[in-house]
Design a protein around this ligand. Structure first.
Ligand code: SAM
Ligand code: SF4
Length: 504
């Protein structure tokens, strides 16, 4: 076993939501500080770290099959250390540690310990388990403090070390690289970082206990971070060149923090962050349909050019019976009124939704109610999932998974078709318009669409309203704002032509 952790190579695989991507970025940053360097190849790696998601069974199955693959690799490479972190680590704990391939199991609350756990596994050849025993209890002050220090330290580095990354900067300097190499070089970063953009956690955990959802059982109760630390972090990010910050929380619109006799809500956070020089765009995800603070948040959005006119507000179902069974505290009609209010306060706001089809007891009528809600809601896009029973949740314990797989499949396809039609109509409204985008880098198909030549590759950016825009332009625009005239649309993508300064 290795006794030196400097110069060891780390391969990282990350599954799941933005919250997970943020954790992955923090962990990579911490491990780089500890002396590890990143490699894209498991073959070259001394340590493989997998950040896992438990929200649906499919995400867990992918990890299990990856561990099977790693077990084979370890036959010829017995010193390889495999660390499984995140929600699945917390959910399965010592059962996961029994897997032949696994050396470390580390829950989301324990990620600040990751460098120490790796050292222990590398030096002493020990299996290590670090999870929270009673996850439903409030986290202790000392745990919060440790997480806060970890977040404040690596929350800056993880976002800004992207710019210093040799892998990424390769493209800027090596104009001779073929397109497919360029694409690879920009994805190897792997932790979801996008130049000039950063994710900042506003809150951890969730108290809502929607009956289908594993999150409260793997991430624990809701904890809001102190506003001064969040604002301090955003100031530092701005001074490092970050232009867009996305505040993260499972129900981020319910952010609440009492300080010196004052209650801070998300609207206050957005207001304070908007005053920071250098920050141009602010976003927040995900919101829970609730009256609390809703108007305040939307008024800040309407008043501040920096707060992006975008709301991700999952409905989950359009049937009141199913919403009750899901323990969602609203009716379909009330939800639609909330959307109307949002559109009145912020004209032009883009709204995205989430739905689960095939929840236990969902009849054809219930499903048609969902189709109706989705049609009326006029979402820019929706994330639609088949119900996946999660062990330990109320739905799994009390309700039978009554909807057969083929019916779930039929319903998801039908709902996606309706959404595609709405998205297509909304996208077409952009034809001929000029939009401002924050450029993220090469498009997914830049290596295929090479007609622009290597000095004018296909780039991708996003509007403030979260529309994906594809156009050709110099790679040096990555991380910058650009204006694009829309010439073609598809339901999920706008295509256009870069407007040069002299065109304006
Ligand atoms: N906190 C957010 C909210 O309240 O809407 C979203 C959290 S969850 C990680 C993201 C999405 O996964 C949910 O909006 C829901 O649509 C979906 N989801 C959660 N549990 C699921 C399950 N058991 N089966 C299928 N989809 C699920
Ligand atoms: Fe899960 Fe509901 Fe919490 Fe969202 S609000 S994380 S769906 S329990």
């Amino acid at each position: 076993m290795k006794s030196e952790i400097s110069n060891l190579k780390l391969s990282v695989k990350s599954y799941g939501c933005q919250m997970n991507k943020l954790d992955t970025a923090l962990v990579i940053s911490a491990l780089q500080d500890a002396g590890f360097s990143l490699t894209a190849s498991v073959k070259d790696a001394d340590v493989v770290l997998i950040n896992t998601c438990s929200v649906r069974e499919h995400a867990e199955q992918r990890v299990i099959s990856q561990l099977g693959h790693l077990k084979h690799i370890k036959i010829n490479k017995p010193d390889l250390v495999v660390a499984v972190i995140g929600c699945m680590a917390q959910r399965l704990g010592d059962k996961l540690l029994e897997h032949e391939a696994v050396n470390i199991v580390c829950g989301p609350t324990q990620i600040p310990q990751i460098a120490g756990l790796l050292k222990q596994a590398l030096e002493k050849n020990e299996k290590c388990l670090a999870v929270t025993e009673k996850i439903l209890l409030k986290t202790s002050e000392s745990q919060n403090q440790t997480l806060e220090t970890f977040e404040s330290t690596y929350g800056i580095e993880s976002s800004t070390n992207f710019h210093n990354s040799t892998i990424h900067s390769q493209y800027q300097h090596d104009k001779s690289l073929p397109h497919h190499k360029l694409r690879q070089s920009s994805v190897k970063i792997g932790a979801g970082q996008i130049p000039s953009q950063a994710f900042v956690r506003a809150m951890r955990g969730c108290n809502n206990f929607c009956t289908y959802c594993i999150v409260p059982y793997v991430r624990g109760p809701e904890v809001c971070r102190p506003p001064d630390l969040i604002i301090e972090q955003i100031k530092k990010l701005a001074s490092e060149g970050i232009k867009q910050v996305t505040l993260l929380g499972q129900t981020v619109n319910s952010y609440k923090y009492e300080k010196n006799g004052r209650t801070w809500c998300l609207a206050d956070l957005l207001d304070a962050a908007a005053a920071i020089e250098g920050i141009e765009w602010l976003r927040f995800v995900t919101s829970y349909p609730s009256e609390e603070f809703f108007d305040d948040i939307l008024h800040v959005m309407a008043a501040s050019p920096k707060v992006c006119n975008y709301l991700h507000l999952p409905a989950q179902s359009g049937s009141d019976k199913i919403l009750r069974a899901m323990n969602r505290h609203y009716s379909a009609a009330w939800y639609l009124e909330l959307l109307e209010k949002a559109r009145t306060i912020v004209p032009g706001i883009a709204i995205a939704g989430d739905f689960i089809v095939g929840f236990p007891g969902e009849t054809e009528d219930d499903f048609q109610a969902t189709v109706e809600l989705l049609t009326k809601a006029r979402y820019k896009n929706s994330f639609i999932f088949k119900y996946s029973p999660r062990p330990g949740t109320t739905a799994d314990k009390r309700l039978k998974d009554t909807v057969p797989p083929e019916v779930k499949q039929k319903r998801i396809a039908a709902l996606l078709t309706v959404q595609e039609k709405v998205s297509g109509q909304l996208s077409r409204d952009f034809l001929g318009n000029q939009v401002k985008v924050l450029v993220e880098g090469l498009s997914k198909k830049a290596h295929i669409n090479t007609a622009g030549g290597k000095n004018n590759p296909q780039l991708v950016g996003r509007t403030a309203t979260d529309y994906i825009v594809v156009f050709n332009g110099p790679y040096s625009l990555t991380g910058q704002f650009a204006n694009v005239k829309i010439t073609k649309t598809s339901p999920l993508t706008l295509f256009g032509r870069l407007i040069k300064d002299f065109d304006l």
